[in-house]
Structure formats: structure tokens, C-alpha cells
Design a protein around this ligand. Structure first.
Ligand code: SAH
Ligand code: MG
Length: 205
């Protein structure tokens, strides 16, 4: 269990503990603890000016990134209206409106319209669409920038011999995305088998 002891401000720490607990109770698939700590570490090292997140849900990971890296400006995208509403309200409660911009809509439509250059892109939305989120967002990442993707092993099914029927198409697409990362001429990628699997790709400088 995450204790958030790294948050020095008592009020913010207790707000974060509640947000985390509530998200778990509501079965929102928030970033798991070990993967979150790896991302924290990258933020501490990279000190990114700009972050793009695909898949905000209720804002947990965006708020976490904002607290870890107070000088980063974060754009985050969420297409589910109810979740986007909750994320917006959480961002307000944490007084992070100046640091996090929530874009409500489908990332497949919104990313191609974006013009900013990002230091880090965090992809954590529909797993069958990772290839498309990636193709759109890689153009927006500066040389030397980083792409992190969550759920790359999807409950172990990416490496399993037998995949339940309902997941087959999605897993097939996720596997193809592994190949895309592996073979990409501009990226150096590692996949960590922690939590649900996260990939870290660095774009050549
Ligand atoms: N990053 C969040 C968890 C995201 S869960 C956290 O760790 O706190 C994945 C979210 O992606 C869901 O809320 C889902 O609605 C959203 N999503 C899925 N496909 C999307 C798309 N095409 N565009 C925008 N959001 C999408
Ligand atoms: Mg995830």
C-alpha cells in the first residue's frame, strides 16, 4: 500500500490518501504502486517542463506527477465524461488548476491537434489503441524525451499461451505494439515486469 509519506504537506498527503482509497474502492484502474514509484524517479531525474498523459481517469496519476514534479506542466486527456468531471474536481481540490490542464475527449482526435513539444508522454488508456496513441504522440516528443506506457503485460496475458477470447484482439494489438517499440529506429526501449508491466522508451537525441 502506498502511504504517500513523500508528500511533506500534511493536508495534501491526507487528500492524496483519500483520492487513492476512493479510486480503489470505485475500481478505477489507477497506476499501481511500484510502477508509480518508477515514474516518480524518472520525473525527479528528467525534470520535464511538459508532460502529456493519455488516460486521466479521475486524475490520480496526473495529480501525483504534479506533486512529484511541481515545475512540470501537464496536459491530460480523458474521454469518459463522468471520469473527466471527477478529474477536474480533484484537480481543483488540489489547487493544481494552473499546473494540470484536463482535455475532455478522445485522444485519437485530440493528440493530432496538439502543437506543443513534450519531454515526457505517459500512455495509460485503451490498451488496444496504444499503437495509435503512440504514432500520434511520438511526433510531439522532443529528442531525448521519454515515452512511458502502463499495462504493457496486461495481467500477464501478453506473455501467456492461452488468452481468454474477450481479450484476444486487444492482446494481439498490444503485442504488435511491443514490436513497434522494439523495432523503432528512434527509440531505445525497456519493459519492466513490475505491476502490470511498464515500458520506458527514450527518443534518440
Ligand atoms: N492514468 C490513470 C488511469 C487511467 S485508466 C491513473 O493512473 O490515475 C484509463 C483511462 O483511459 C480510462 O478512464 C478511459 O476512459 C480512458 N481512455 C480510454 N481510451 C481513451 C481515449 N481514446 N481517449 C481518452 N481517454 C481514453
Ligand atoms: Mg494503467
Amino acid at each position: 500500500m502506498e502511504d504517500f509519506l513523500w508528500i511533506k504537506n500534511d493536508e495534501k498527503r491526507s487528500m492524496m490518501q483519500s483520492l487513492y482509497k476512493q479510486a480503489k474502492e470505485d475500481r478505477v484502474p489507477i497506476l499501481l504502486d511500484e510502477a508509480a514509484k518508477v515514474i516518480d524517479s524518472w520525473l525527479l531525474l528528467l525534470k520535464p517542463d511538459r508532460i502529456l498523459e493519455v488516460g486521466a481517469a479521475v486524475g490520480y496519476s496526473a495529480i501525483r506527477m504534479a506533486l512529484v514534479s511541481p515545475n512540470s506542466k501537464i496536459d491530460t486527456i480523458e474521454k469518459d465524461p463522468e471520469r473527466a468531471r471527477e478529474a477536474r474536481s480533484n484537480i481543483q481540490q488540489f489547487e493544481l488548476v494552473g499546473q494540470i490542464v484536463l482535455h475532455e475527449g478522445d485522444a485519437l482526435e485530440l493528440i493530432p491537434e496538439m502543437t506543443e513539444e513534450y519531454d515526457l508522454v505517459f500512455i495509460d488508456a485503451a490498451k488496444g489503441q496504444y499503437g495509435r496513441f503512440f504514432e500520434d504522440s511520438i511526433k510531439r516528443i522532443r529528442p531525448g524525451g521519454v515515452v512511458i506506457c502502463d499495462n504493457m503485460l496486461f495481467h500477464g496475458f501478453v506473455e501467456a499461451e492461452e488468452v481468454p477470447k474477450r481479450y484476444r484482439t486487444m492482446i494481439k494489438k498490444l503485442k504488435a505494439f511491443h514490436e513497434t517499440l522494439r523495432n523503432h529506429p528512434d527509440l531505445e526501449t525497456r519493459i519492466l515486469s513490475i505491476d502490470d508491466g511498464i515500458s520506458i522508451s527514450v527518443k534518440r537525441g
